[in-house]
Ligand binder design. Sequence first.
Ligand code: F6R
Length: 588
Amino acid sequence: MCSIIGILSKDIVAPALVESLKRMEYRGYDSVGIATLSTNKISVRKGIGKVGQVNSSLNLAGMEGFVGIGHTRWATHGGVTEYNAHPHSCCTNNIAVVHNGIIENYLSLKEELVKKGHIFRSETDSEVIAHLLEEYYNTGKDIKRAMMETVNQLEGSYAFVAMFANGTLSCARLDEPLVIGISDNTYYASSDVLGFLQYTDQAIFLDNRDMAIIDKAGVSIVNFSGEPGTRSITKVAWELADANKGEFAHYTIKEIFEQRISVKAATYQDEHKIKTFCDSIVSANNILVTGSGSSYHTSLIISMMGSRFLKKRFEPVMASEFQYNMDSIDKDTVIMAISQSGETADVLSATKLAREAGAKILSIVNVQTSSLARTADVSLSIKSGPEIGVAATKSFTGQVSLAYAILDRISGGKIGFDREVISDKISKMLAQQESIERLVNITMPKVNDIYLLGRSIHFPIALEGALKMKELAYVHAEGIAAGELKHGPLALMDKNAVVFVLNPDDRTYSDMLSSAYQVKARGAKIIGISNVPNDIYDAMIEIPKIDNDLLYPLIEIIPLQLFSYYLALQNNANPDFPRNLAKSVTVR
Ligand code: F6R
């Protein structure tokens, strides 16, 4: 949930640290800090706010030094304050640390350290790392030994980078991402390749329980027991240009528009890999599909479509609930794990448990170099390019598109998936951008409650649309399986409610109209999302007609994304960085 970066270079590092933090700000953005080493002295500047704001007020980029570390924070332990912002220094100020993750036993460690005379300046769990390193380093002046002793004490999940006053960087990872970047002049240790991709595409992905020590002589990697390891250098493929907003006001709207292309990109797969992926599904007795948030909504669609067209039981399980649903998992089980980032802690923990129970892991990710992709038996990437906006948009449709292509292939074409048709209909939907913006302005002032009704494959879209409205626009929104209205939610309907009715002319159409009448009778305002006009709608977003009605979910999500985006602007929310959220949820 935080981003960490360390840089050792022949050039001044502060401007690159600031740039890296800006690119990784999606991971957390409540406070920022940098420490650099200049004339054997560590200086720290940190403050509350986003990277741009803190840089403007404290001139982070103007700090001296050829070695430095930086951090953007998403608070877990301790409030959003300057003293809780990273980096944290030890008592003698000869070690500074940035950390991502949670140190579960920090209270007992802190108590011990305080007894030994250490003085703590923050409420964070992270600060114990600086003091532990100090404790062990001061006794032997051996960084490798101090790192081994320190990681031996830590419980939880973490990636951290420590800077020592002798000019060495050291870092370690356990269940949180950490990747080393290497260029001619410079070494990077970063939470994400985006932290250095603008400078080098040469990366070493550290394994769990790896530590790296970086000094002018180079990088040496050892495991937590101190045994040396060799890790290969990977060339990272993403184009840097993709991580810019271009002519768009926000990443979110840019990424919504990119869906014309990304739904197609997701379906071009290496033949051998997709065959292995599909064969594993065919030979499985038991298939569980898991993910979090939007990726869980994809899991719902996969499960519905898979059960219907492959005549096999697919069970969707929220990744955060997975540990409580382990009973049916054995060696004949296949887990399909869906994740944009491939770093979501709940998903990684679910796949770890399933693997221990003998299951095979198939993953669908966007980030090909992520932990999930690297640990799965087979992994396919949706190839959407970096998704910077915190809300999932193009990654959601990329996942659904690839899932359709996979199920179509296994079922011998029963789904009739056609990427060109989808892309064309999405373009038509995007062309309604301005009318959807107007609709927001007309219908939304003073609306506190939005409901989205759908049946069958439209129900996951109702959930996904509601999630977009909550996270982007901070409005209460709820996706409801329309048949459930009469079992409770109907009591909420009155003239203050706005209800979206997902109602293309497929087999759910007439039942959906009845649901619309039920809410209309209670005074709610109805927005129909349909290709068939009807007087019952107070407003209608017309979706293009598709011959193959199974494809509607990929189309009807587009107006809901656009609606949420414009609602966010109307509510003065920053759509790219919703409050209290982070793009990559690497804590459980
Ligand atoms: C919603 C959203 C989150 C993510 C969830 C899973 O717009 O962005 O709900 O979908 O945190 O993230 P990934 O897909 O990276 O595992």
